[in-house]
Design a protein around this ligand. Structure first.
Ligand SMILES: Cc1cc2nc3c(=O)[nH]c(=O)nc-3n(C[C@H](O)[C@H](O)[C@H](O)COP(=O)(O)OP(=O)(O)OC[C@H]3O[C@@H](n4cnc5c(N)ncnc54)[C@H](O)[C@@H]3O)c2cc1C
Ligand SMILES: Cc1cc2nc3c(=O)[nH]c(=O)nc-3n(C[C@H](O)[C@H](O)[C@H](O)COP(=O)(O)O)c2cc1C
Length: 643
C-alpha cells in the first residue's frame, strides 16, 4: 500500500489511461543525431526513466521542420527517416507500461540561424532579446505550410506507435509567438485580438487531428503567464484553454514564461525559487475547463506532489529535472523510500546551462544522466583496492560509484567532516541545494560498503600502507590570496574562512572578487547586517552563474544595498581602510574586514608525490582545475567507471 494513493492511481488522458499521475516533462537533451533521429544514447537514457516508473513520457520539443530547430542535436519529426529510431523509444516506454508521445514544436524566433540554417521566422519581425536575431515575418502561405508540417510530424509520431501528441504552445516558441501580443503585430487574420492570435494554434489542432485521423489524443502545453509586459496573462491563457477544449483537445499542460522572461526564474525555476511555484496557474485553468490539467515547476517532493493531486489542484504532476536527477523517483516514492531520492537541486548548471551553450545536457547530482550506457557496462572481473582522497563532492561521488561497481573502497578526508567546499557553497543564502546534495552523498556513503576515514591526511606513505591498487585524488582547491600593499593583513580572510566559520567579519566589509561565489558571499554578509562593498575588476558580476540565478542574485544584492563596484581593483589594504582603483582614479574606503574571493588554485601536491608509486592515479574535480561541483561529480564518476 503506497503512501501516495492519488499519485499512483490511474489517470484518463482523453481516450488513453496512464498508469499513474506522474508525467515526464519535455526536455531537450541534445543527445539526438544531426538529422533529428534518436540515438543509442537517447534510448539508454529514456530506458532508465521509463524503468523508474513514470506513467507518461512527453518527449522533448521535436522540430516539425528544419527552420524550427532550436538546438543542434535535438530530436526532430521533420522527415520519415526519424520514424524507425523513434519506434525504439516507444517500445521502451511500452515495455514499462508507460504512455509516450512527442512534443511538436517550431522555435520561431527563439533560435539562431546557426541552428536552422537560415534566418529564423516569426509572426512579426521582432527579435527575441535573448537570441538577438531579427526574424523574418512569415507570409500567409508560409504559415499554411508550417501548419501542414505540424500535421505531417504528428502522422510520423503515430506511425512510430506513439500514444498521443503534444503541441508546444508554451515558452515563447512559434505557437506562443502567434498567441501573444508581445510578439504578434500582424494585421492579417492571424493577428489582432486574442481570437485572431489563436487562429494559428487552432489550425494546427485541426490539421494534426486530420493527419492522425483522430486516432490519438492531442495535448497542448501553454504558458499560464508569459511574465513580460504586453504578454499573455493568466486570463488570456484561460480563454485559450477554453477555446482548445471547444476544439476537442484532450489534455492541457500549464507552464510559464518565455525566453524574454527566462531570467526571472519561473520557466525553469532556479535554486532560489520555491518548490511548486507554478501550481496556482494550472489550478486556475483547471477551474475553467473540464479537461485533465498537468502542472509543473520544481515539484521534487512526493508529499508535495501527492497533496497537489489530492487537493484537486491538478490532475497530473510533471517532473522535469527531477527525473534527470533521479529517474527512479516514482519507484522510490511508491516503495515508501522517499528518503533515498536524489533530489534535483535546481542548480541549472548542467542541464539548461549546458543546453544553452549548445552542449549535451548532464545533471550535476546524477553523473549517470546521459551516460547510462557507461554505467550499464559490466563491472570489472576483479575488484580493486581503491583509495579515494578527499571528501568533497568529487571524492564522495568517486567512492560511491567505485563501490557500486564492486570495488573495495577507502575514502580519506583530512578534515573531521565530509563536504569539502559544499559547506561554504551551502552557507550562502538561497543555496539549500548544496546541503541537500551533501546529505544525499553522505547517505549513499553510509549505505554502501565504504570505509570512510575522517581526520586522515593522505600522503604517498598512507597510500602504500592502505595497499591501494588505484587512487582517485579529489583533493580540491584552495582559495588564492594574493599579496597586497599595506599592513592590514590581520583583517583579511577568504570567503571560505568566513563561510566555514573560521573567521568573523567586523563592520563594513569589502569583498574582493565578484564571481558567483564572491557575489554570494557579499549577499551572505549583507543579510547578516554588514554594510558591504563588492569589488570586481571586470565590467559585470557573477558572470559564471546560470542566467536566471544570476539575475535573481543581482536583484537581491540591489535590494540589500550592496555597493557593487565593477571595473574596480583592490590595490592596498591598511588597518582601517582599503585603496581601490577604477577608471576615474584611486580612492580610499574605510572598512573593518576584507574578504578575498579571487579564484582558487589546485591542491595537487599529492598527485606529484604519487608518481613514484606503482599505482593507477586518477585526478578529478578542482584538483585538476578549479571549476564547479558539476565537473567534480562528472569526472569522479567517470574515473570510478574507468577502474
Ligand atoms: C563560496 C563558494 C560557492 C560556490 N558555489 C558553487 C556553485 O554555486 N556551484 C558549483 O558548482 N560550485 C560552486 N563552488 C565550487 C565547488 O564547491 C567546487 O568546485 C567543488 O566543491 C570541487 O569539488 P572537489 O571534490 O573537487 O573539491 P573540494 O570540494 O575542494 O574537496 C576537496 C576535499 O579534499 C580534502 N583534502 C585535501 N587534501 C587532502 C589530503 N591530502 N588528504 C585527505 N583529504 C584531503 C579537503 O579537506 C576537502 O574536503 C563554490 C565554492 C565556494 C567556495
Ligand atoms: C534541459 C531542459 C530542457 C527543456 N526542454 C523543454 C522542451 O523541450 N519543451 C518544453 O516544453 N519544456 C522544456 N523544458 C522545461 C521543462 O519541461 C519544465 O517545464 C521545467 O524544467 C520545469 O519543471 P522542473 O522544475 O520539474 O524541471 C526544459 C527544461 C530543461 C531543464
Amino acid at each position: 500500500m503506497t503512501s501516495y494513493p492519488t499519485m499512483f492511481s490511474p489517470c484518463e488522458l482523453g481516450p488513453v489511461t496512464a498508469k499513474n499521475r506522474l508525467l515526464m516533462a519535455p526536455m531537450v537533451r541534445n543527445y539526438a543525431a544531426e538529422d533529428g533521429s534518436s540515438t543509442p544514447r537517447y534510448l539508454a537514457h529514456l530506458r532508465a526513466i521509463a524503468e523508474g516508473g513514470v506513467g507518461t513520457l512527453v518527449l522533448e520539443a521535436m522540430y516539425v521542420r528544419k527552420d524550427g530547430r532550436g538546438f543542434p542535436s535535438q530530436l526532430g519529426l521533420q522527415g520519415d527517416h526519424v520514424i524507425e529510431p523513434l519506434r525504439e523509444l516507444v517500445e521502451v516506454a511500452h515495455a514499462n507500461g508507460a504512455l509516450i508521445g512527442p512534443q511538436l514544436y517550431h522555435a520561431g524566433r527563439q533560435t539562431t540561424s546557426a541552428a536552422t540554417g537560415d534566418t529564423p521566422v516569426a509572426p512579426s519581425a521582432i527579435p527575441d532579446p535573448l537570441m538577438g536575431e531579427v526574424p523574418r515575418e512569415l507570409t500567409g502561405e508560409e504559415i499554411g505550410e508550417i501548419v501542414t508540417a505540424f500535421g505531417a510530424a504528428a502522422r510520423r509520431a503515430m506511425e512510430a506507435g506513439c500514444d498521443f501528441v503534444q503541441i508546444h504552445g508554451a515558452h515563447g516558441y512559434l505557437v506562443t509567438q502567434f498567441l501573444s501580443g508581445f510578439t504578434n503585430r500582424r494585421e492579417d487574420g492571424y493577428g489582432g485580438d486574442l481570437d485572431h492570435r489563436m487562429r494559428f494554434l487552432l489550425e494546427i489542432v485541426e490539421e494534426v487531428r486530420s493527419a492522425i485521423d483522430g486516432r490519438l489524443p492531442i495535448f497542448v502545453r501553454l504558458s499560464g503567464e508569459e511574465m513580460v509586459p504586453g504578454g499573455l496573462t493568466l486570463d488570456d491563457t484561460v480563454a485559450v484553454a477554453q477555446a482548445l477544449e471547444r476544439a476537442g483537445v484532450d489534455v492541457l499542460d500549464i507552464s510559464a514564461g518565455n525566453y524574454a522572461s527566462f531570467n526571472r526564474g519561473y520557466m525553469i525555476a532556479p535554486m532560489a525559487r520555491d518548490d511548486g511555484l507554478l501550481v496556482h496557474l494550472a489550478e486556475r485553468v483547471k477551474a475553467a475547463v473540464s479537461l485533465p490539467v498537468v502542472t509543473v515547476g520544481k515539484i521534487r517532493d512526493p508529499e508535495m506532489a501527492e497533496s497537489i493531486l489530492a487537493d484537486g489542484r491538478a490532475d497530473v504532476v510533471a517532473l522535469g529535472r527531477q527525473l534527470l536527477a533521479d529517474p527512479d523517483w516514482p519507484r522510490k516514492a511508491e516503495a515508501g523510500e522517499p528518503e533515498r531520492i536524489n533530489h534535483c537541486i535546481a542548480c541549472n548548471q548542467a542541464c539548461t546551462g549546458r543546453l544553452f551553450n549548445g552542449e549535451d545536457i548532464w545533471c550535476t547530482v546524477n553523473p549517470a544522466c546521459g551516460f547510462e550506457e557507461d554505467f550499464a557496462a559490466p563491472p570489472p572481473a576483479r575488484p580493486k583496492r581503491v583509495v579515494v582522497v578527499g571528501g568533497g563532492p568529487g571524492g564522495m561521488q568517486a567512492a560511491v560509484t567505485a563501490a557500486q561497481r564492486g570495488h573495495d573502497v577507502v575514502l580519506c578526508e583530512r578534515d573531521d567532516h565530509l563536504g569539502g567546499q559544499l559547506i561554504a557553497a551551502a552557507a550562502t543564502p538561497h543555496r539549500p541545494g548544496w546541503e541537500e546534495l551533501h546529505r544525499y552523498l553522505e547517505g549513499e556513503l553510509r549505505r554502501l560498503p565504504i570505509d570512510v576515514r575522517l581526520g586522515t591526511e593522505v600522503t604517498a606513505d598512507v597510500v602504500r600502507e592502505l595497499g591501494a591498487e588505484a587512487v582517485i585524488v579529489a583533493t580540491g582547491s584552495q582559495q588564492t590570496v594574493p599579496r597586497f600593499d599595506g599592513s592590514g593583513d590581520g583583517r583579511v580572510f577568504t570567503s571560505r574562512d568566513l563561510l566555514e566559520g573560521r573567521a568573523e567579519a567586523v563592520g563594513h566589509v569589502v569583498v574582493a572578487g565578484g564571481g558567483c561565489a564572491g557575489a554570494q558571499t557579499a549577499e551572505h554578509l549583507a543579510v547578516e547586517g554588514h554594510p558591504v562593498t563588492l569589488v570586481e575588476q571586470l565590467s559585470d558580476i557573477a558572470t559564471d552563474a546560470p542566467l536566471d540565478d544570476r539575475s535573481l542574485l543581482i536583484g537581491r544584492l540591489r535590494d540589500l544595498d550592496v555597493d557593487v563596484r565593477t571595473e574596480t581593483t583592490l590595490m592596498r589594504i591598511d588597518p582601517d581602510s582599503v585603496t581601490l582603483e577604477d577608471p576615474s582614479g584611486t580612492q580610499e574606503l574605510a572598512c573593518g574586514t576584507v574578504v578575498i574571493c579571487l579564484g582558487a588554485e589546485p591542491q595537487s601536491a599529492l598527485v606529484d608525490d604519487l608518481e613514484e608509486l606503482d599505482v593507477h592515479v586518477l585526478a578529478v574535480g578542482d584538483v585538476v582545475a578549479p571549476r564547479k561541483v558539476t565537473e567534480a561529480i562528472h569526472e569522479a564518476a567517470q574515473a570510478a567507471l574507468a577502474l
